[in-house]
Design a binder for this molecule. Structure first.
Ligand SMILES: Cc1cc2nc3c(=O)[nH]c(=O)nc-3n(C[C@H](O)[C@H](O)[C@H](O)COP(=O)(O)OP(=O)(O)OC[C@H]3O[C@@H](n4cnc5c(N)ncnc54)[C@H](O)[C@@H]3O)c2cc1C
Length: 418
């Protein structure tokens, strides 16, 4: 008899797990999601004649498992996928810099005093840390130790605080070493001194994307899952996950006001851990519930602004590093694939992170638009485009990114291994 597998969440993780498991004929798979389309944060939505993603959703192409999976599901229609070389910038001090920072450009465009200060601080910090051993406990420690104070603040510190709404000294250094790859200040200096150094890793430079938007990848994955006999229960609430002493037995669901109990041999969870813990009910040990409450998430308000212009820039996206901008990142999706945007127009999406329910989250659509317009007027190359704005729409995505507080892994491990 086939074993029953239930997967909670039809985002990229849940769908790809289902797809792989269904390669084995010994399993039936049912995926449950409260959303009405598969794809989670990778789904797209339709606004007028534009197909829009939640921020930029291209895949880094480096030949690893996610890319192999995507190429496999589109093997009969490879032309649906498009490739490109990243054009990502940093907007800092009213100037554009390539992302990650390029040596010559940084030295040329920073004022000479700042450049000298950065290099001086870097050497001073390196010597200091070679003599004095200070434990690295936070993102701030990590950044200052690696880059020196000025470069750390300019390129990572201020931005990190803005995105995570958290002082960098409360964020784990493990998050830093994971996120800030692909750029080596040591190599930057070596290159500057003409003695070698690879400043960025090559895989950060290329991407693959679906010509009709990121969501098409997950619609295709869902189609393949159904073809192999997998079931997708969308628009379905998970009421509880029921277990006895040793294992999970069933999942209670509600769909169209009808409740049902699905029995399972295996359960794979891809929804937020803290939500999953709530579904397990009250009898869990106090410490598990307590640790799960410490796993926190940041939410996202996105405003999509339509311009009566063919194109605004060549950037796929650019970062607004400074704290005087509320928005973190601006994407021109048309540059990933022009098929996603209606004729004669372009759309910029502006991302604003916030805590669920805070003042930014509660802003009306009009208020978000006024803020974005004000910030466009502060960005040199956008200020003269404001008159070409023809429309806007706002999306709010709750709890979208985990916040890697110091010791987050202790709480996560406690929850996951108990
Ligand atoms: C703005 C933004 C830009 C990004 N850009 C990129 C990029 O360029 N390239 C890239 O590779 N990645 C990017 N990512 C990351 C990518 O979106 C995530 O890594 C990916 O979506 C995670 O997949 P997941 O399945 O783990 O979670 P999710 O995509 O969050 O999916 C979880 C699913 O679970 C469902 N769910 C949650 N709670 C419940 C519940 N209680 N009951 C029922 N269903 C529930 C949700 O509806 C959702 O469908 C970006 C993310 C964001 C937010």
């Amino acid at each position: 008899m086939k074993k029953e597998v239930i997967i909670l969440g039809a985002g990229p993780a849940g769908l790809s797990a289902a797809y792989e498991i269904l390669k084995n004929p010994d399993f039936n798979v049912t995926i449950i999601d409260r959303a009405n389309i598969p794809g989670g944060a990778g789904a797209s939505f339709q606004w007028k004649d534009h197909t829009l993603d939640y921020g930029p959703h291209a895949f880094h192409s480096r030949g690893d498992e996610p890319e192999k999976l995507i190429r496999e599901i589109f093997k009969d229609s490879p032309n649906e996928l498009v490739n490109g070389v990243k054009k990502v910038s940093i907007y800092l001090n009213k100037k554009f810099f390539k992302y990650p920072l390029q040596v010559g450009e940084a030295i040329r465009k920073f004022n000479p005093f700042l450049s000298m200060r950065i290099i001086f601080e870097f050497f001073l910090t390196s010597i200091f840390h070679a003599i004095v051993s200070i434990p690295v406990e936070s993102f701030e420690n990590w950044g200052r130790k690696r880059f020196g104070a000025s470069l750390y603040k300019l390129s990572f510190g201020n931005y990190t605080e803005k995105v995570w709404k958290t002082k960098p000294n409360a964020i784990s250094h493990k998050f830093a070493s994971e996120k800030i790859q692909g750029f080596s200040f040591v190599n930057l200096i070596l290159k500057l001194l003409r003695i070698g150094g690879q400043v960025t890793e090559p895989y950060y430079q290329t991407w693959i994307y679906h010509r009709n938007g990121s969501g098409q990848i997950y619609l295709k994955l869902a189609e393949k899952i159904r073809e192999k006999g997998g079931k997708l229960l969308l628009d379905t609430q998970i009421e509880s996950v029921d277990y006895d002493d040793s294992r999970i037995k069933s999942v209670k669901i509600k769909n169209n006001k009808k409740t049902d109990t699905l029995v399972c041999d295996y359960l794979i969870n891809s929804i937020q851990v803290s939500q999953f813990i709530n579904l397990l009910g009250k009898s869990l040990p106090f410490l598990v519930k307590h640790s799960s409450k410490k796993l926190k998430y940041i939410s996202l308000v996105l405003i999509y602004i339509e311009f009566e212009l063919e194109k605004i820039s060549d950037n796929h996206w650019f970062y607004l590093l400074e704290q005087n901008y509320s928005f973190n990142r601006v994407t021109e999706q048309k540059n990933l694939s022009s098929d996603t945007i209606g004729k004669g127009k372009t759309v910029l999406s502006f991302e604003l992170t916030c805590h669920l329910g805070d003042a930014d989250w509660r802003k009306t659509d009009e208020e978000v638009f006024e803020l974005a317009k004000k910030e466009c007027l502060q960005i040199d190359f956008l200020k003269d485009k404001v008159e070409q704005i023809s429309d806007f729409t706002v999306k709010r995505v709750p709890n979208v990114y985990e916040i890697y507080y110091k010791n987050f892994e202790v709480n996560a491990e406690y929850v996951l291994h108990s």
